[in-house]
Design a protein around this ligand. Structure first.
Ligand SMILES: [Zn+2]
Length: 294
């Protein structure tokens, strides 16, 4: 068993956040047991079970689809195969985008409400948490994608190694994660004395940045193909629009961001991708997408 130790960088809700030297990334300490996590997720109020979830998502759908199409376009430049496994597939929007582009997709989703919705839309979806022993019957894939998953799992190193087993030879792994303790958050913290609002230890066990995730993947034998940041939404707080804990301000900022990105997705996605690759290199962007080859 790995011994987790490193400098404590925060303590939130009585839970320590350490910069773990053996793992090479920031995570909670102690790491909850599988049993504790199972109990937590059984009681967990899944976002998909909120009454307004599907309605609110509808408002952002064209933006989500344009964003996903941009990511699929990158995959298509890196592999000739067109099979994709989406781990944490939610209501199936990523699967839908793939299907539209001629991909054969399968989803795995722990929320039964979301998985059922996805199946009703006609997308192959397994209900449950991703475990290699359960998933291996699905075969291997050209691309394995996991968005907003790795920050939740107790053993990201084991999780990545299991995802690798689901890939064909030379297959592509795509990981999308929040970029935490990023330079803009750190500026807001030191200059405006803001609390570390991105630290939510009950939900997020791990706090990655592009560099720590790249290192983790290289250690497991992957070759990094591309790293993109997402829109540096914290710039709004720096201009005085503090959306933290304010849903109305948050939605307004999000609308502007969507407008900007949709404009570029239309004819100039290459410019946007160059810009976002540069951001990732500087460690900036609210999330990041890393695409790596087995
Ligand atoms: Zn550790």
């Amino acid at each position: 068993m790995t011994k987790h130790s490193g400098k404590t960088i925060d303590k939130v809700d009585g839970i320590k956040i350490i910069n773990c030297e053996s793992c090479g990334f920031v995570h909670v300490s102690p790491i909850p047991s599988d049993e504790e996590l199972r109990k937590f997720y059984e009681k967990e109020f899944y976002q998909y079970e909120r009454p307004n979830y599907f309605k609110e998502t509808q408002e952002d759908l064209s933006w989500w689809m344009a964003t996903y199409a941009n990511y699929y376009r990158i995959f298509e430049g890196l592999t000739k195969g067109r099979t994709l496994l989406d781990i944490g597939s939610g209501p199936g929007h990523f699967l839908a985008c793939g299907k539209k582009r001629g991909w054969k997709t399968v989803g795995i989703e722990p929320s039964s409400v979301a998985a059922e919705y996805s199946r009703k839309r006609g997308f192959a979806t397994e209900t449950g948490f991703f475990r290699y022993e359960d998933a291996k019957k699905l075969g291997t894939f050209d691309v394995v994608h996991a968005a907003l998953v790795l920050e939740h799992v107790p053993d990201p190193i084991g999780f990545i190694s299991d995802m690798k087993k689901m890939l064909k030879k030379d297959g592509i792994l795509a990981i999308f994660c929040p970029n935490d303790y990023n330079p803009l958050q750190n500026i807001l913290r030191t200059q405006q004395k803001m609390k570390p609002w991105w630290v939510v230890p009950k939900h997020h066990l791990n706090y990655f940045n592009p560099e720590s995730m790249q290192k983790l993947l290289v250690k497991q034998g992957f070759q990094i193909e591309k790293t993109l940041g997402t829109f540096p939404i914290e710039t709004y707080i720096l201009t005085g629009k503090n959306y933290v804990g304010n849903h109305v301000v948050g939605r307004a900022c999000h609308q502007e961001r969507k407008k900007f990105e949709l404009m570029l997705y239309k004819n100039h996605y290459d410019i946007l991708n160059t810009l976002y690759a540069g951001l990732a290199q500087a460690g900036i962007g609210r999330e990041f997408l890393i695409i790596a080859r087995k």
